[in-house]
Design a protein around this ligand. Structure first.
Ligand code: SF4
Length: 345
C-alpha cells in the first residue's frame, strides 16, 4: 500500500508555497516544456502558461453517460445554444494536495515548485488571455489545477480583474475543487466570498473521488475518512449560492458489493439535495499514456491489472440503475442547468 497523504498538513505546506496574498500573486504552472505538453493536441498558449481544452459532451467510448459540464452552464450564461463541444482557455495552479493515479497532470506540476511555474497576478493572466488572437480566443476561462482551492483567492481576484476590464458576463468563468479543504471560508473575506457567490457568469464543480471511503483513498492516496468531508464541503459551498455542480470518479480496487455501495453514495448526495444526483456527472477514467505508465510503475497498482477499470464499469451500471429507480425519465432528460437544488440557506 502506498503511504497515505497527510492532507491537512500537506495542504498548509502547499498553500504557503503557492500564494502571496499581499502581492496578489499565485504560482501558475508553466505547461510549455513540461511533460504535460506532450499530451496536448495543440501547443501551449498564453506565453506557455495556458492551454486550450476541448470539452466534449459525448464520451470517447460512447458507452458512458454524456458530460454536459461545463458546456451547458457556459452556454446558458453566454446566451449560446448548447453544443456538442466547447473550447476553453485553461490555466493551472501549480499545487495539489492529492495524487490521484489517473490525474493527467504530471505530479511535478502539483508540487508548487518554483521552477515549474511562475508567480502571476490575475491581471497578468488576463493580459495573457487577451494577447491571444481575438478570432480564436475561447469565451470560457477554466481555472483548474492542481487544486485551485488551495488558493481560493484566485477566483475572486480573477472576478475583480474581469470587472475592471468589462469582461463580466462576456467570458464565462469556471473552476473546480477537489473538496478537500475549508480554505474558501478560512482565507477569503466575507466580501470575497460574496463576490464568488453572486458573480454573473461563474460556475464551479466539486469532484467526489470515489463512491466510498476505500475507493476514495485508492484514487487519491488520501486518508479514507476524508471521503466524508467531501460531502460537508460540497453542502457548505452549495449553500453560499454559487452555481455548483459535481463530478465523480468510480475507479476502485474491487467491485465487491458495488451495487449496495453505490446506493449508499446516491443516498448521501440526496441528503444534501434530493436532486443533486442529476447535477452530478460521473467521469470515465481512461488508461491513457501517463496514467498507464504510472499504474505500471507502482507494484501495488500494477498487480491490480484491469480491475479498477472493470470496477468503474460495474459502478456506472449501478449508478444508472439507481438514477432510473429514483428519478422519472423526464427528470433524467432535463438539462443539468435546469435541475433545481436549494442553494442559499
Ligand atoms: S485532485 Fe485533481 S489535480 Fe489533484 S491529483 Fe487528483 S485529479 Fe490531479
Amino acid at each position: 500500500m502506498p503511504k497515505l497523504i497527510q492532507t491537512d498538513a500537506y495542504s498548509a505546506h502547499l498553500r504557503e508555497r503557492s500564494v502571496r496574498r499581499e502581492e496578489r500573486r499565485l504560482q501558475i504552472a508553466r505547461i510549455a516544456g513540461s511533460e504535460q505538453e506532450k499530451d496536448l493536441t495543440s501547443p501551449p498558449n498564453c506565453g506557455g502558461f495556458g492551454r486550450v481544452r476541448h470539452f466534449r459532451r459525448t464520451s470517447k467510448s460512447g458507452l458512458w453517460p454524456a458530460n454536459p459540464l461545463p458546456i451547458d452552464p457556459a452556454a446558458a450564461n453566454l446566451g449560446l445554444e448548447p453544443s456538442e463541444e466547447l473550447r476553453a482557455q485553461v490555466f493551472q495552479n501549480a499545487a495539489c494536495n492529492w495524487r490521484c493515479w489517473y490525474c493527467f497532470v504530471p505530479f511535478r506540476l502539483l508540487d508548487a515548485q518554483e521552477d515549474a511555474g511562475a508567480w502571476l497576478s490575475a491581471d497578468e493572466l488576463i493580459d495573457l488571455y487577451l494577447s491571444e488572437p481575438e478570432q480564436s480566443r475561447a469565451r470560457m476561462l477554466d481555472l483548474t489545477g492542481g487544486q485551485p482551492d488551495l488558493v481560493p483567492e484566485w477566483v475572486p481576484w480573477m472576478m475583480q480583474a474581469f470587472r475592471e476590464r468589462g469582461l463580466e458576463g462576456k467570458v464565462y468563468l469556471w473552476s473546480d475543487d477537489n473538496l478537500s479543504t475549508d480554505y474558501f471560508w478560512r482565507y477569503l473575506t466575507p466580501a470575497e466570498q460574496e463576490l464568488v457567490a453572486t458573480f454573473a457568469g461563474y460556475g464551479r464543480v466539486g469532484c467526489f473521488k470515489g463512491f466510498d471511503e476505500d475507493s476514495f483513498s485508492f484514487n487519491t492516496q488520501a486518508e479514507p475518512q476524508l471521503f466524508n468531508r467531501q460531502f460537508d464541503l460540497f453542502e457548505r459551498m452549495l449553500r453560499t449560492g454559487v452555481d455548483l455542480y459535481a463530478y465523480t470518479t468510480f475507479t476502485a480496487r474491487s467491485s465487491d458489493g458495488i451495487e449496495d455501495k453505490m446506493a449508499r453514495f446516491v443516498d448521501r448526495l440526496q441528503k444534501i439535495d434530493v436532486n443533486l444526483p442529476l447535477r452530478t456527472v460521473p467521469l470515465q477514467v481512461y488508461p491513457f499514456k501517463v496514467v498507464k505508465e504510472r499504474l505500471d510503475s507502482h507494484a501495488h497498482h500494477a498487480k491490480l491489472g484491469n480491475t479498477p477499470f472493470e470496477a468503474q464499469q460495474r459502478a456506472i451500471e449501478a449508478w444508472s440503475r439507481e438514477l432510473e429507480r429514483r428519478f422519472s425519465n423526464e427528470m433524467r432528460q432535463r438539462r443539468i442547468t435546469d435541475v433545481q437544488v436549494t442553494k442559499r440557506s
